[in-house]
Ligand binder design. Structure first.
Ligand SMILES: Cc1ncc(COP(=O)(O)O)c(C=O)c1O
Length: 363
């Protein structure tokens, strides 16, 4: 709810706050669980887009990070080990991918034979090493080959092309947000069966699938038990949001919410309405509205690009002009993408400003 004046001293609003104690706890929680299960963690950096957060994930034991787009990977190249989880298809982009592979250990997913041929030609010419993983559609109906037989065929093509066949990716994003753990577990098991079938097909033609990568924050506890994946790609676990707050993760897997937006009350036109300086341009709305942290009975609603309205179930809103409130984003990825930097704090004491270097890097 309303902030004591010493918290976030000197921070202008709207600001994207990151509670470092909580970030460290979330990183540690998933890392320990992965280590205990003997599974590799490769967190998805699309959630935070920040070198300093990625470094902490790697220091804790992650093998590297995932990036959704090439430009994101370019910005996060200092992290040293990157899997691009979306196919890179255009000649200009392939040129950039090859350049990136000179600076970092890079791998990329593929779902098309012509794309494999183009990647192979570019890598041979530039003499760079690129890991290639066959993307298998395990139910997301987005990218990925459609059957185990097609996966084996494409993997054989990768092998013949001279590229390094690193493994397979099977990501099912729509299951991540299924709130009930048992229901989600049944759906994840079904999705992972498709990946298992593809692995068997590969093995039946003498091809090894060393890395089986996929999964996210919601499937994580299930993936740890199933062990179909050798590498898990959770993204939101580090920042969290209200959307994920609804997703049951099970005992011992609780994740806190380090990511908040600091907003200021800029107008008190009526007793039942406090207007704050956060609107669509500073909080994403694709997954609903942000929640008011600690504000029992207080709700936020969007009131345009630059404004939001806080109301109270009690009718009268007890917030003064200039007073500050913290909002928990409904979707971390799309909110992070709206800011240049995180204001990093411990318990409200500001420690640093971390650039969100891959913000807007969607090409
Ligand atoms: C390929 C891939 N892997 C992993 C993730 C991470 O998912 P989450 O943020 O649900 O942990 C995403 C998110 O969109 C993704 O696209």
């Amino acid at each position: 709810m309303a902030q004591p004046p010493e918290r976030y001293a000197g921070v202008d609003t709207p600001a994207l706050l990151l509670d470092l104690d909580q970030v460290e706890r979330n990183i540690e929680r998933y890392q320990v669980l992965a280590r205990e299960a003997g599974v590799v963690l490769r967190p998805h950096a699309k959630a935070h887009k920040c070198i300093e957060v990625g470094q902490r994930q790697i220091t804790a034991g992650a093998v590297g990070v995932c990036c959704a787009k090439l430009a994101e990977a370019e910005a996060l190249a200092p992290l040293g080990n990157i899997l691009v989880t979306t196919p890179v298809v255009d000649a200009q982009k392939i040129g950039r991918l090859v350049e990136l592979a000179r600076k970092a250990k890079v791998s990329v997913v593929v779902d098309d034979a012509a794309n494999v041929a183009e990647l192979a030609a570019a890598c041979v010419q530039a003499q760079v090493d690129l890991g290639v993983l066959v993307d298998v559609d395990v139910g997301q109906a987005r990218t990925g080959v459609q059957s185990g037989a097609s996966a084996a065929e494409l993997a054989a093509h990768v092998k013949r092309s001279g590229l390094r066949l690193a493994g397979m990716q099977g990501y099912q994003g729509r299951l991540q947000g299924v709130a009930n753990l048992e229901e989600r577990a049944a759906l994840v098991r079904e999705a992972m069966q498709k990946l298992t079938d593809a692995v068997r097909r590969l093995e039946s033609v003498g091809l090894e699938c060393a890395v089986r990568t996929g999964g996210g924050t919601g499937s994580f506890p299930i993936d740890l038990e199933l062990k179909v994946l050798t590498e898990i790609q959770p993204g939101s676990y580090v920042t969290m949001d209200t959307n994920y707050a609804k997703v049951e993760l099970g005992a011992g897997r609780h994740l806190g919410h380090p990511l908040t937006i600091l907003a200021s009350v800029v107008s008190r036109p009526t007793a039942d309405r406090a207007v704050v300086d956060v609107g669509w341009k500073s909080a994403s709305s694709d997954s609903g509205t942000p929640a008011v942290r600690g504000g029992t009975g207080l709700t936020f609603e969007f009131a345009g690009d630059e404004h939001g309205i806080i109301r109270s179930g009690a009718g009268r809103v007890e917030l003064r002009l200039g007073e500050r409130v913290e909002l928990i984003p409904s979707h971390c990825d799309t909110t992070v993408n709206l800011y240049d930097s995180f204001v990093v704090h411990r318990g409200g004491r500001v420690e640093a400003q971390w650039p969100i270097v891959a913000r807007g890097r969607s090409q």
